[in-house]
Design a protein around this ligand. Structure first.
Ligand code: FAD
Length: 558
């Protein structure tokens, strides 16, 4: 067997190593057009930020290591230009010598990755404007920073990489402006879950500009000026363009391989392209979403690695199906950690999938043990059978492990009730006896079985006043610090004695700070014949969606 692999990144390098482990006798050739193979893309923003100082630490392997350990023939600075399917060969060019030659294959794996989107706007190619895709890009950016000592940076695009770069450039001591075309950062998440991240950016002095778009760049002396659609201008010393990536499909297209509806290489469940001898993996392919079954393009390192193993297994005769992608992702923005798995609410709405949701604000570990922090969890699930659709978490400590438990649960087809049965490790330093994931399961199950009729922060403004009242069941002191404008305040402890003050012909929307007392109040009211619903996630969810300016003002006062 002669296996040829295109691309020495996450997918290609993993495929080469796996293939050798499965078969000692195969001839394995890997072509990489860049200088390096198998390095940590994910560490690049931290290398640029000076947080990772040892560049070599990013190099997971080298062509020499591939040769000595795996007997894989890695040819760097060699670009695959064409696939000659009839001949079962690829045509390559050595980028340093210009030499062109052909290499025959029995099976071919394409893992060419993706390329940064460069918006077609005036001045986008000016000196000082960068994209970040590989180690050579990172080297170029670090060199620019070291030589020019920029004081101001503009990051365009508030996705995962944009936010990581914001933190890195801040770490370098720069003044950073972040421009995002949407009304929220982290477009993969739902808006209300990203408010904490936006607040954190502002708290660290990042000039955050949402709903803004750069329409052109121009040079002014040593500076780059970004002209925004609103007419505003941002003067800066350097620009990072982080507006997304697109799959590298040129090779596949020119070879006549089928391309999917979203523009990625189309593969079957065995990761085979429309040519059975050619497999494709990683950022370049579109795959079904595990929850919805719809094709998606989600460029992540974990899936690329897993797909590599599966493709190779299939090539060597083990029938393994790729089950689909969940899009589990996590990012740290200064002190805040934000994570997502599964489908978000925006996409459930777009696809017309019936769903329920709940919010909770559990602690990372027992509050009596020092260092506990609070997180906000959003769980999306089927109101019919409780199947989990997705989860999002913002917080600090412990966000990573909870998102991974949710991801595992979704992949195993678990329902919200299954979450209540999970037995998770507990000691005060690590969790609470009822872990955040268990609590999410209880709340969601209570909603499904009718024990906890609930409403949501985004419904409250549209309630009709003659049909509802809003009941704040926190203490007077808590309510005095800020409450919903239309709310009446009856503390939970007084509720049983003051039921006569409440109408039976209106819906009563209860809330407390995070949702627990509101839930207890709802239980009391429902059992006393009232029509009551608890505002999921409590006042914290209402206040999260208030204008950021107000939040920041409050933050300053406390
Ligand atoms: P790549 O790893 O990009 O490898 C593709 C390789 O193919 C490239 O080296 C390219 O030079 C080569 N190539 C392309 N065409 C040819 C050709 N014709 N001939 C020869 N060689 C070719 N993902 C996460 O899950 N978590 C993170 O924290 C994270 N952080 C990231 C940070 C940054 C700055 C970047 C850029 C990406 C990050 N990612 C992260 C995404 C992750 O790196 C990718 O999803 C992953 O590398 C995809 O693997 P791949 O094999 O498809 O592509």
């Amino acid at each position: 067997m002669k296996l040829v692999i295109v691309g020495g990144g996450a997918g290609g390098a993993t495929a080469a190593a796996r293939a050798r482990r499965l078969d000692e006798r195969s001839e394995i050739v890997l072509f990489e057009r860049g200088e390096h193979v198998s390095y940590a893309h994910c560490g690049l923003p931290y290398y640029i930020g000076g947080i990772i100082q040892d560049r070599d630490a990013l190099l997971a392997s080298t062509p020499e290591r591939f040769k000595s350990r795996y007997r894989v023939d890695v040819r760097v600075l060699t670009e695959v230009k064409r696939i000659l399917r009839d001949e079962k060969a690829v045509e390559v060019v050595e980028l340093d010598t210009g030499k062109v030659y052909r290499e025959r294959y029995d099976k071919l794996i394409l893992s060419p990755g993706s390329s940064p989107v460069i918006p077609p706007i005036e001045g986008v190619d000016l000196d000082g404007i960068f994209t970040l895709r590989n180690l050579s890009d990172a080297d170029r950016i670090v060199r620019f920073i070291n030589e020019r000592n920029p004081q101001r940076a503009l990051v365009i695009g508030a996705g995962f990489i944009g936010l990581e770069l914001v933190e890195g450039l801040k770490h370098r001591g720069m003044e950073v402006t972040l421009v995002e075309m949407l009304g929220q950062v982290l477009p993969a998440m739902d808006a209300e879950m990203t408010r904490v991240v936006e607040l954190e950016l502002k708290r660290h002095g990042v000039n955050l500009m949402l709903n803004e778009q750069v329409v052109s760049f121009e040079r002014k002396g040593d500076l780059v000026v970004a002209n925004l659609e609103s007419g505003r201008k941002v003067e800066t010393d350097m620009v990072m363009l982080c507006v997304g990536v697109r799959p590298n499909t040129e090779l596949a297209r020119s070879a006549g391989l089928e391309i999917g509806s979203l523009g990625g290489i189309k593969v079957n469940e065995f990761l085979q392209t429309s040519d059975p001898d050619i497999y494709a993996i990683g950022d370049a392919i579109e795959v079904p979403h595990f929850v919805t079954g719809k094709p998606v393009l989600i460029p992540l390192a974990g899936p690329a690695n897993r797909q590599a193993r599966i493709a190779v297994d299939n090539i060597y005769g083990r029938k393994v199906k790729y089950r689909g992608i969940l899009g589990t992702a996590i990012v740290k923005v200064f002190e805040v950690v934000a994570a997502i798995t599964g489908v978000n609410e925006k996409n459930l709405n777009r696809l017309g999938i019936r769903y329920e949701k709940c919010y909770l604000h559990p602690h990372s570990h027992a509050t009596y043990y020092p260092g506990a922090t609070q997180m906000t969890v959003k769980l999306l699930f089927s109101p019919d059978d409780g199947r989990i659709f997705g989860a999002q978490i913002v917080g600090n400590d412990g966000v990573d492990k909870r998102i991974d438990v949710f991801a595992t649960a979704i992949l195993s087809g678990a329902s919200v009730e299954d979450l209540t049965h999970l037995e998770l490790a507990y000691a005060p330093q690590f969790s609470t006896a009822k872990d955040a994931v268990n609590i999410a399961g209880y709340i969601a199950s209570n909603i499904i079985n009718g024990d906890a009729p609930s409403a949501h922060w985004d419904e409250i403004e549209s309630f009709s006043e003659d049909k509802y009242i809003v009941l704040d069941v926190r203490t007077k002191e808590e309510a005095a610090l800020g409450k919903h404008l239309k709310a009446i305040n009856i503390p939970l402890e007084q509720l049983r004695g003051r039921l006569h003050e409440l109408p039976k012909d209106k819906t009563i929307y209860t809330y407390c700070t995070v949702g627990l007392r509101g839930y207890i109040a709802t239980r009391i009211l429902v059992q006393e014949g009232f029509n009551a619903k608890n505002l999921s996630g409590g006042y914290r969810m209402i206040s999260l969606m208030r204008p950021l300016a107000k939040e920041i003002e409050e933050l300053k006062q406390h």
